[in-house]
Design a protein around this ligand. Structure first.
Ligand SMILES: Nc1ncnc2c1ncn2[C@@H]1O[C@H](COP(=O)(O)OP(=O)(O)OP(=O)(O)O)[C@@H](O)[C@H]1O
Ligand SMILES: [Mg+2]
Length: 310
């Protein structure tokens, strides 16, 4: 099974008004509320691909209950740990005339040391040997930067395979726990290895730093340029294909979701990478955070190549 972790799920409320004016009272044209989070999005992708998934992480208060209910309605199994406080709520006001968006960001719950230990224990209880654990997104504001490393160390002895997709200090300290795979984009890898990339060789050099640190597989996604894969034995380039792009939001999550499904289904490295890129490429053809179907992925799969780099 593919278990995903989202430590910072958010409720996002978008209010549409005819014309937004500071200090005025507005009549709402329409309102949407969605539950968002990177790990949750990976679970949505996995679910759309017909594989079993379980979304976990931290939730709090009535916002937290809304998020869990929303996932349940989408038939996405979830088992979050509830902590005191309230899960974050963001509000966007969209002006219908100009399409301009004004955003208000709330705060997530405050983490206590005992919540950290409770979550590590919760995670140990829900994973099983052979599971793929996807750790995605930012950490809560006051979480220890090595939270992901601690999770990885706790589940590795249970025979769980780990994929880490995060940024900044969560990534820097997360890699110390030696996840099996990391999936930075260019900016995330540049910051991680403290280098600036100008050429493909530079990116490969940056990736090799992580391989030398004991990460089994490093996947660097390059937006419309595809991705570069490094392991002890291989350096591969994965292409994408020219498509009409509606939204690149969550493309990295679609890549990770496809990769995890490929691993679970026992696809070999080349097939798995091709499938992951097809999944991400299919996702950018959709608006917002919509998930691609198998048919949409198959429609681009043949145009994607995996090339050996030396
Ligand atoms: N414009 C595009 N055209 C085709 N494929 C794309 C495009 N942008 C992204 N992709 C696909 O999505 C994958 C991931 O994209 P990207 O490197 O932007 O991830 P990311 O920055 O981690 O995204 P996010 O974290 O927002 O989900 C790429 O490797 C590629 O397969
Ligand atoms: Mg990303």
């Amino acid at each position: 099974m593919i278990v995903t972790v989202t430590l910072n799920p958010v409720i996002e409320r978008t209010i549409l008004v005819d014309e937004f004016k500071l200090g005025a009272t507005h009549n709402t044209e329409s309102q949407t509320i969605i539950a968002r989070g990177k790990g949750m999005h990976v679970s949505r992708i996995v679910h759309a691909l017909g594989e079993e998934t379980l979304a976990t992480g931290l939730l709090a208060g009535k916002n937290g209950r809304f998020i869990a209910d929303q996932l349940a309605q989408e038939e996405i199994n979830n088992h979050f740990l509830f902590i005191p406080g309230h899960s974050q709520e963001n509000t966007k006001i969209k002006d219908e005339k100009t399409s301009m968006i004004t955003e208000f960001r709330g705060h997530g719950p405050s983490l206590e040391e005992e919540d950290i230990e409770r979550f590590l224990h919760h995670l140990e209880e829900i994973v099983h040997q052979g599971d793929i654990l996807v750790l995605s997104g930012t950490l809560p504001e006051n979480a220890p930067h090595d939270f992901y490393a601690r999770m990885i160390r706790r589940v590795r002895p249970l025979g769980v395979f780990t994929i880490l997709d995060t940024a900044n200090s969560a990534l820097k300290e997360g890699v110390i726990g030696k996840p099996n795979i990391i999936k930075p984009n260019i900016a995330e890898l540049e910051e991680l290895v403290d280098m600036t990339f100008e050429t493909e060789e530079d990116i490969i050099k940056g990736g090799k730093v992580l391989i030398q640190k004991g990460i089994d597989e490093v996947l660097i996604t390059l937006g419309k340029e595809g991705a570069i894969y490094l392991s002890d034995n291989d350096i591969l380039k994965i292409t994408t294909t020219d498509v009409e792009v509606l939204s690149t939001k969550g493309a990295g999550d679609a890549f990770v979701g496809g990769l995890a499904v490929g691993l679970l289904q026992g696809k070999d490295t080349m097939e798995r990478l091709r499938f992951a890129s097809a999944c991400a490429t299919a996702s950018v053809r959709l608006k917002g955070l919509e998930t691609p179907t198998i048919e949409m992925i198959e429609a681009v799969l043949d145009d994607i190549e995996v090339i050996e780099l030396t």
